[in-house]
Design a binder for this molecule. Structure first.
Ligand code: DGJ
Length: 738
C-alpha cells in the first residue's frame, strides 16, 4: 500500500493491491478527481484523465477549456462555474457564500489519526494504513479546509473526512459540510438504498441511476428506520458474486444526507455527510469544525465482495473494546415475555429456566426504574423501583449471578417523561422551542444532550448503579425522533448546531461509560433498528436489528442489514408465537435458524414452552455455542435474496474454510416444485466436506459448481412433513473431512 505524490503532474495516487484512488491539483489549485476503482499501475502523469473540453458556457482562468461545471472534483463549491450541489457552503458576514479553497500543502504519513469526539475507523499499527492530509486555503476568508484520506493496506477501502479551521477575526456559518464528495466519470449504475420504517428496516431498494438528483436522508435526529446512512452503486451487470460495486457508508448516527447527482454529461457526483437541512455551525476565530468520517469501498467481486470488506473493516477496525473479538453470550431478554408486568420473583424464575437451557446472560428490559409501570412515566429517574425490585438492581443482579448467569440492563438515557422526578426538577433540560407546544413521542421528550451538565447528570446516575451492581451488558435504547429541536443553552445563531451537538453528547456519554466500565458489552437500539449505523458500532459492537422479531420478516431485515454491517453486530432473538408484531406462527426451528445468524438470544418466557420445545431450545443453544465463532466471525455470503425469491439463503465460512454453515429458508410452501440446487461459495475446491443433513460428502468444487441439491424429493423419498409447510428452514453444516 502506498500514497505517492507526483510533483510535476501534481497528482496523488493512493493504492493498495485492490484499489487505486487518484487526485489531481487542478490548474486553479482546487482538487480534481481522476479515478476510483480497481488497482491500476502507477505512472508519473495521469493528466489525460483530466478531460477539459471546449464548452463555452462558463469558464474560469479565462480558459474556454476549463470550467468547473465540466470538471470532476473532490470537494466542490457552488457559484464559480459549477452549478451542481456542492460539498460545502460557508455563509460569510457580508452575505456571500462563495469560497475558493486552493491547495496549500499536504502531508503523507503512516497510520490514521482519530477524530476528536467522533467515531471513526482506526489502526492498531501504523503499517495498517497510510493517510494523506491535504490543506487548502481560502485567502479571502482566511480559512483552512483540511481533507483527510486514509487507505487501508488490506482492504479496498478509503476513509474520508473534512475539517474547517477559521483563522479570520470574522465569524462564519458553515451551512453544508459533506464528509465525502466524489465525481465518477459515468452513470452506468444501479443505485441501492436500504429503507423502511419501524419493524421493517433496511429493505433493499434498487433502481437505475438517472440524470438528476437522487438522495436518501434523515432529519429525525437519529439515522432512522426510514433510510440508512449507507448507499451502494453497482454496475447493472454486477450481482452478488461478480462485477463492480461501490459502497458508501457514513460513520454517524444523526441527521444525514446520502446523494447522487447525475448531470447531463452523465457524470455522477456522490456525496455523503451531515444533512445540510436544519444544519449550520458557527465558527469563530480560532475554532474548527470536523465532519464525521465516511468510508468508500470498491469491489470487483460483486456485492458480497463489497459487504465482506465492510464486515472485516467495521468488525475489526471500527468496533472496539473487550467484546470486539469475543463470541457474544447467548442471552434471554424479558421484554416480549413480560413487557412492564414483572417483579423480582418472576424475573428470577425466568432466569432460572434460561440457565437450565444453556442461556448465559439474562437481560432486564424496560420498566425497572422510577415510577415506570407503563411507557408514560419514569424515564429520567435512573434508580430501581423498589416495589418491583426490593433489592434494587444490585440485589437482582446478585441473584442472577448466583444462578450462574451474567446480568444485563436496559436503559434509555437520552429521554425524559414529563411525568418524572427529573423533568419536575429540570423542565428546561428537554429539547423544546420557546412558545411552541412540544410534540411527544411515546409520551416522552428528548433530553438536551447538547448541554454538558445534562450529560454529566445522567452519567452520574447510571454510573452509580453500574458501580454498585453486577452488570455485564447494557441495552441502550432511544425511542423517538427529535422534534422542536432547540436548546435553551445556546444563542439564536447557534440553534442550527443542536442536532449535531446532541449526537456529540450521546457519543461523549458512550465514551465515558465505556471508559469507566470497559468490561460491559453494549448493544445499541433505537425502537429496534433506528440507529443501526456505523457510528454506533464504534461504541456498541452490536445493535438490536429490529423490533420485528418474526422469523420471516427478519430474513429480509437481516439480509438487507448485511450489505453494510457484520453478522456479529446484529442482535437477533427467538420470540414467542403467535409473533407479537404480526401474529405469524413459525416453528421454533425456523425462528432459531434465522436468529442464529447474529448476536443470538431469546425474547420469551421459556417456562411457557412445551417440554419438546424446551428440548429444541437446548439443542439450538448447544449448536450456537459450538458454531458461533464461525457464524459471528466467519466470512458471510448472501446466496439468494428474499427480496427476489421464495427461497432465501446465506452462508458463513470459517477462516480456515474447513467449516461452513448454510441457512436455507423457504418462505411459502410450494407444490410439485422445480428441482433445486444452491451453489455455495467460499469453500476450498479440493476439500471433501461432509454435509450431515445430506448424510454424504462432496468436494468443495462440487458444492460450488454443481451446487448443493436441496430438493428432498429428488431422492425418491416422500417429502418429510416438516418440509411440506410454510416458513420452513434448514441449516446445513459442512465439515471438511480430516
Ligand atoms: C424498544 C426496543 O426496541 C425494544 O426492544 C424494547 O426495549 C422497548 N423499546 C422497551 O421500551
Amino acid at each position: 500500500m502506498s500514497i505517492v505524490f507526483h510533483q510535476p503532474s501534481r497528482e496523488f495516487h493512493l493504492f493498495n493491491n485492490k484499489i487505486s484512488y487518484i487526485i489531481k491539483i487542478l490548474p486553479n489549485d482546487q482538487l480534481g478527481q481522476l479515478y476510483f476503482g480497481k488497482r491500476i499501475h502507477d505512472r508519473e502523469d495521469f493528466g489525460y484523465l483530466f478531460e477539459a473540453a471546449n464548452r463555452p458556457m462558463t469558464s474560469i482562468l479565462q480558459d474556454y477549456g476549463f470550467s468547473l461545471e465540466h470538471t470532476r472534483q473532490e470537494y466542490p463549491a457552488y457559484g464559480t462555474t459549477d452549478f451542481r450541489l456542492p460539498a460545502l457552503e460557508v455563509l460569510q458576514e457580508n452575505g456571500s457564500r462563495l469560497t475558493d479553497f486552493k491547495y496549500e500543502s499536504h502531508r503523507i504519513f503512516p497510520g490514521k489519526p482519530g477524530l476528536d469526539g467522533l467515531p471513526a475507523t482506526y489502526t492498531e499499527e501504523d503499517r495498517e494504513a497510510d493517510t494523506l492530509e491535504v490543506t487548502l486555503y481560502d485567502s479571502l476568508l482566511d480559512m483552512k479546509l483540511i481533507l483527510l484520506y486514509t487507505i487501508f493496506a488490506e482492504e479496498g477501502a478509503v476513509a474520508r473526512s473534512a475539517r474547517f479551521e477559521n483563522q479570520c477575526s470574522a465569524s462564519v456559518q458553515i451551512t453544508r459540510a459533506m464528509s465525502l464528495s466524489i465525481d465518477l466519470p459515468d452513470c452506468d449504475y444501479d443505485w441501492i438504498q436500504f429503507s423502511g420504517a419501524w419493524s421493517r428496516e433496511r429493505q433493499v431498494k434498487t433502481r437505475r441511476l438517472e440524470q438528476g438528483i437522487q438522495a436518501v436522508s434523515s432529519a429525525r435526529g437519529h439515522s432512522s428506520h426510514n433510510h440508512n446512512p449507507f448507499l451502494v452503486l453497482k454496475r447493472p451487470t454486477a450481482d452478488e458474486f461478480q462485477g463492480e460495486a461501490m459502497g458508501f457508508s457514513l460513520i454517524y448516527s444523526g441527521n444525514f444526507l446520502a446523494q447522487a447527482e447525475v448531470d447531463t454529461y452523465q457524470v455522477t457526483r456522490v456525496m455523503m455527510g451531515i444533512n445540510p437541512f436544519a444544519f449550520s455551525w458557527k465558527l469563530e476565530q480560532g475554532e474548527s469544525f470536523q465532519t464525521p468520517e465516511a468510508v468508500m469501498v470498491y469491489s470487483d467481486h460483486g456485492l458480497n465482495g463489497m459487504s465482506q470488506t465492510f464486515h472485516r473493516l467495521y468488525r475489526t477496525r471500527l468496533a472496539r473494546g473487550m467484546w470486539r473479538d469475543r463470541v457474544r453470550p447467548v442471552l434471554l431478554n424479558n421484554w416480549e415475555a413480560t413487557y412492564f408486568d414483572f417483579d423480582e420473583e418472576k424475573l428470577v424464575n425466568m432466569a432460572r429456566a434460561a440457565k437450565e437451557d444453556g442461556v448465559e446472560l439474562f437481560v432486564l428490559d424496560d420498566g425497572w426504574f422510577g415510577e415506570r409501570s407503563s411507557d408514560s412515566s419514569g424515564l429520567g429517574d435512573w434508580y430501581a423501583n423498589r416495589d418491583r425490585l426490593p433489592g434494587g438492581i444490585r440485589g437482582l443482579s446478585e441473584k442472577i449471578e448466583a444462578l450462574g448467569l451474567k446480568f444485563g440492563l436496559w436503559v434509555e438515557l437520552e429521554m425524559v417523561n414529563p411525568d418524572s422526578e427529573l423533568y419536575r426538577q429540570h423542565p428546561d433540560w428537554a429539547l423544546q422551542t420557546p412558545g411552541r407546544t412540544p410534540s411527544h413521542g411515546r409520551n416522552q421528550l428528548v433530553l438536551d444532550f447538547s448541554r454538558k451538565e445534562v450529560v454529566d447528570h445522567i452519567y452520574g446516575m447510571i454510573a452509580g448503579i453500574l458501580s454498585e451492581s453486577k452488570v455485564s451488558y447494557i441495552k441502550w435504547d432511544m425511542n423517538r425522533s427529535i422534534t422542536e429541536c432547540y436548546s435553551a443553552a445556546f444563542p439564536a445563531d447557534r440553534q442550527g448546531e443542536i442536532f449535531h451537538r446532541y449526537i456529540l453528547g450521546v457519543y461523549s456519554l458512550y465514551e465515558r461509560l465505556i471508559g469507566s466500565f470497559p468490561e460491559i458489552l453494549f448493544e445499541s437500539c433505537a425502537s429496534g433498528g433506528a440507529r443501526f449505523d456505523a457510528g454506533m458500532l464504534y461504541y456498541a459492537p452490536q445493535c438490536w436489528t429490529s423490533d420485528d422479531s418474526d422469523a420471516v420478516e427478519r430474513i429480509r431485515i437481516q439480509y438487507g442489514t448485511s450489505f453494510g454491517y457484520p453478522v456479529v453486530s446484529m442482535g437477533a432473538h427467538v420470540s414467542a408465537v403467535p409473533n407479537h408484531q404480526l401474529g405469524r406462527v413459525t416453528s421454533i426451528e425456523t425462528r432459531g435458524n434465522v436468529a442464529m445468524f447474529g448476536a443470538f438470544g431469546y425474547e420469551l418466557d421459556l417456562q411457557r414452552l412445551s417440554q419438546e420445545e424446551r428440548e429444541k431450545v437446548r439443542k439450538q443453544i448447544k449448536f450456537m455455542k459450538q458454531y458461533r465463532e464461525v457464524i459471528q466471525f466467519g466470512t458471510f455470503y448472501r446466496l439468494q435474496s428474499p427480496f427476489e425469491h421464495n427461497i432465501a439463503a446465506w452462508m458463513v465460512v470459517s477462516e480456515d474454510r474447513r467449516t461452513a454453515i448454510v441457512g436455507y429458508y423457504k418462505i411459502l410452501n410450494d407444490v410439485n416444485c422445480e428441482f433445486r440446487r444452491l451453489k455455495l461459495k467460499g469453500l476450498d475446491e479440493d476439500l471433501k466436506y461432509h454435509v450431515k443433513e445430506k448424510g454424504s460428502w462432496f468436494y468443495g468444487d462440487e458444492l460450488m459448481n454443481t451446487g448443493l441439491v436441496t430438493t428432498d424429493s429428488s431422492s425418491g423419498q416422500p417429502m418429510p412433513e416438516e418440509v411440506c409447510s410454510d416458513f420452513w428452514s434448514r441449516l446445513y453444516v459442512l465439515k471438511a473431512e480430516e
